[in-house]
Write a protein that binds this ligand. Structure first.
Ligand SMILES: [Mg+2]
Length: 403
């Protein structure tokens, strides 16, 4: 058996913070897992170092399911983003090791490819509708078949999803949380205008997506869905906070716009009602925040029974290790829908050399054994951790709102 003899956490900040778990076996085989929880990075690093790594030493690295159960049930305190991100990191690293030992890419171990590649969507944004459409045209030129549209809201200084940098978007931008101001009424006026202009300019052969980022009430979300129906959105994401899964019943009563939710979910229990009642069309749980490949496959299997497809979160707050793990998952599950893809900076790509590729709007994890991602530890060591928070959001009267 490949015995685990060491495991350690590597924190690096090549433009943004990433936490990586590296597990080593007695034969020298190593595996990588992403443990990045945006804005709370060191909590997961400490959880791993203090409470998980000591329990891994001496275990058989092949026993992925047993180790998953040990860390989940054995902690007594179940679920939560910190715990489930830590478990995910271990799970990813063990799949990486199993693949390397078998000489196979992880998607082969998961049953092999169900498709030629994973269709991905990119993020087009701009401070105006015109800028956003120009950005979308650029994505079309690069071969993207699906594009998320976010634009600035007239009368508001900033909004979610609109970046200062043309090529990269990083909302975790400050040593203490930035405070943004939000107006639902202003927002609800501009999004239908954006979609009308986008269909006019971009045509109908491209999938158009939009992220509401948890900012509407269910009835407001129903209204926006209705307003966007003529423009056939691929999905509306995170229409309302989903702690109350039943809230989506109200949205469903009012619109046929497809709904996606779940990037902040940690476990299958966060999505159970949403899936069983077919209140959503896409489940966006990620490999890194929802317990790794092992648990995400369980969520996908439940979703498949109800014709709910996957649409994993894939922003740059996930390291290339997660991106690779997501692509192995995407290629192998029958009910894959789409994958979010935000390009990492050249600095991040240099720290994490990887086998995955993009061509013609699709991505492929590559056929390197394991996950197909490495870490250049010497390079990583040159980028010191820098505290960075996501913003908070307030209504115009000062009431704290969902960011
Ligand atoms: Mg989102």
């Amino acid at each position: 058996m490949p015995k685990i003899v060491a495991a350690r956490v590597i924190v690096t900040c090549p433009g943004r913070n990433f936490v990586t778990l590296k597990i080593e076996c007695d034969d020298g085989t190593t595996g990588l897992g992403d443990a990045t929880l945006n804005g709370r990075e060191l909590a997961v690093a400490a959880y791993l170092t203090e409470h998980v790594v000591p329990c891994l030493i001496g275990r058989d690295a092949h026993r992925i399911e047993d180790i998953w159960q040990y860390l989940y049930k054995g902690a007594y305190w179940r679920r939560g983003p910190v715990t489930m991100t830590a478990i995910a990191a271990v799970d990813m690293a063990l799949w990486d090791i199993k693949g390397k030992l078998a000489g196979l890419a992880v998607y082969q171990l998961l049953g092999g490819a169900c498709r030629e590649g994973a269709i991905v969507y990119g993020h087009a944004n701009g401070t105006t509708i015109e800028e956003t459409i120009e950005a979308a045209r650029e994505y079309q030129r690069q071969g993207y078949r699906a594009i998320r549209l976010q634009c600035g809201v007239p009368g508001m200084a900033s909004t979610y999803g609109v970046s200062k940098d043309k090529d990269f978007y990083e909302p975790a931008d400050s040593d203490l949380p930035t405070e943004n101001v939000w107006s639902t009424a202003k927002y609800l006026r501009v999004v239908p205008e954006l979609f009308a202009a986008a269909r006019e300019a971009l045509g109908w052969d491209v999938h158009l997506l939009h992220d509401i980022h948890h900012r509407l009430t269910p009835i407001e979300a129903g209204r926006l869905g209705k307003d966007l129906e003529p423009y056939r959105p691929f999905w509306l994401e995170d229409a309302t906070p989903a702690e109350n899964q039943a809230a989506f019943r109200l949205i469903r009563q009012h619109t046929t716009a497809p709904l996606a939710v779940g990037e902040v979910f940690n476990s299958i229990w966060d999505a159970k009602t949403l899936i069983e009642e077919q209140l959503i069309d896409y489940i966006r749980a990620t490999v890194v925040h929802a317990g790794g490949i092992t648990h995400l496959r369980r969520i996908a299997a439940l979703a498949d029974l109800y014709q709910v497809r996957t649409g994993c979160h894939g922003a740059t707050d996930l390291s290339p290790v997660s991106m690779a793990a997501a692509l192995h998952f995407d290629l192998s599950v029958p009910n894959f829908g789409i994958q979010e893809y935000m390009r990492h900076t050249p600095e991040t790509d240099a720290v994490f050399p990887h086998a995955y590729t993009f061509a013609d709007g699709m991505m492929h994890p590559g056929d390197a054994p394991g996950l197909g991602v490495d870490i250049d530890e010497a390079l990583a060591a040159g980028y010191e951790y820098k505290r960075a928070f996501l913003p908070v959001n307030r209504l115009e009267d000062g009431t704290l709102w969902s960011w």
